[in-house]
Design a protein around this ligand. Structure first.
Ligand code: F0G
Length: 365
């Protein structure tokens, strides 16, 4: 292996021939992608019927979320086009990724965030990567509307997922899963916010299926937070609310793409409550050692809900996971992104004197 290929490890290097890049595209990468697909024995057991559940742990990307896959493409293409500045609206992860890749490319990054609704880790990232951070009085949907308007008149590249290069980069997660499992899974479950990711996964699965690299395409099942569920309710939600701030979105940009993915895959869109999200977040960390942010836990909460026979309103239920199914749940962002939610939902510390006897007494209890 040459020295060059040792260092060339991002999604553009790995999947160059499937992406709209040429020899004149400068590759701005932080070695994103190639994230672990972790088998979950406990979830597999819960599903039963010899099904296997895998977790695609996207929190292990360089800025801690799946957004890096799309951002390596968006920033590389922006630099290729001569842009000196990029802008995005974000619930936190897009802004972290945009700021990091822009820093690497020496371009200015402006991020518009809904004031007071960004998890602390994500805000820290935008600051440290040197972005201009603007907190607007409004929600993500307001911020995205402003970004669209500014992008139309100003010489600045919009790097939200309305930029088609973003979804191109994000589709590589499906490629990785197919290569690792040897085929597409039967079911793919993921959280849905602005609906870009479900659309990108479907694009990736469809592309590899058409190329004969997979024998099937999975059934796509998306979960929205109950207080922010426009696709589920089929109407814009004016004031979306959820503890999972990453998916606090009332008017998703990729709404139509997502609906098409669900329709074509005979999938479903369903909702999970904040309580279900928090319970799943804690369950995954404490039972499987995988710490994800609240929005990411929506996929796990969704899988658990689909197994809950006492829940009458399940859009998707386990009677439909046939024997031996392979199920992949994407967990989209790292748990350290949102330390406040983690801290608030867990028990406090056990105070103790610095004495051996006291520690032994506590251990014994
Ligand atoms: N999970 C996390 C951790 C996210 O940050 C997002 C979206 C999603 C899921 C939903 O993905 O929007 O493609 O349906 N975050 C965006 C942001 C909106 O600004 O970081 P989606």
């Amino acid at each position: 292996m040459s020295l060059n290929s040792l260092h060339d490890r991002g999604v553009i290097a790995r999947y160059r021939s499937f992406l709209p890049v040429t020899d004149s595209t400068p590759v701005i990468s932080l070695n994103e992608g190639s994230t672990p697909l972790i088998h979950s024995p406990k979830l597999s057991e819960k599903v039963g019927r010899s099904c296997e559940v895998y977790i695609k742990y996207e929190g292990l990307n360089p800025t801690g979320s799946f957004k890096d896959r799309g951002m390596t493409m968006a920033i590389s293409k922006a630099v290729e086009a001569g842009s000196q500045a990029v802008i995005c609206a974000s619930t936190g992860n897009t802004s972290a990724a945009a700021a990091a890749y822009a820093a690497r490319a020496n371009v200015t990054c402006i991020v518009l965030l809904p004031a007071g609704k960004i998890a602390f880790g994500k805000l820290a990232q935008a600051f440290m990567y040197g972005a201009k951070v603007v907190a607007i009085e409004g929600n993500f949907d307001d911020a995205l509307r402003l970004v669209r308007e500014i992008g139309e008149t100003e010489p600045i590249a919009v790097v939200n997922s309305i930029n088609p290069h973003r979804l191109q980069g994000q589709k590589t997660a499906s490629f990785e899963i197919i290569e690792e499992l040897g085929d597409a899974p039967d079911f793919h479950i993921l959280p849905v916010g602005n609906a870009g990711n479900i659309s990108a996964y479907w694009m990736g699965y469809d592309e590899f299926h058409r190329l004969g690299k997979a024998s099937r395409r999975p059934t796509m099942i998306g979960f929205q937070a109950a207080g922010s569920a426009p696709i589920y309710h089929d109407r814009v939600i004016e004031n979306p609310e959820t503890i999972a701030t990453a998916i606090r979105i009332g008017n998703p940009a990729s709404w139509d793409f997502a609906k098409a993915a669900i329709r074509e895959s005979q999938g479903a869109i369903d909702i999970v409550t904040d309580a279900e999200i928090l319970a799943a977040q804690y369950w995954l960390a404490s039972k499987e050692g995988i710490f994800v942010e609240p929005a990411s836990a929506a996929s796990i909460a969704g899988l658990l809900k689909s197994l809950d026979t006492s829940c009458a309103s399940r859009a998707y239920h386990a009677d439909r996971f046939p024997e031996g199914s392979k199920i992949v749940c994407t967990v989209t962002g790292h748990g350290l992104k949102d330390p406040d939610v983690a801290k608030d939902q867990c028990g406090g510390v056990i105070p103790a004197k610095a004495e051996r006897s006291e520690i032994l007494r506590l251990i014994a209890n």
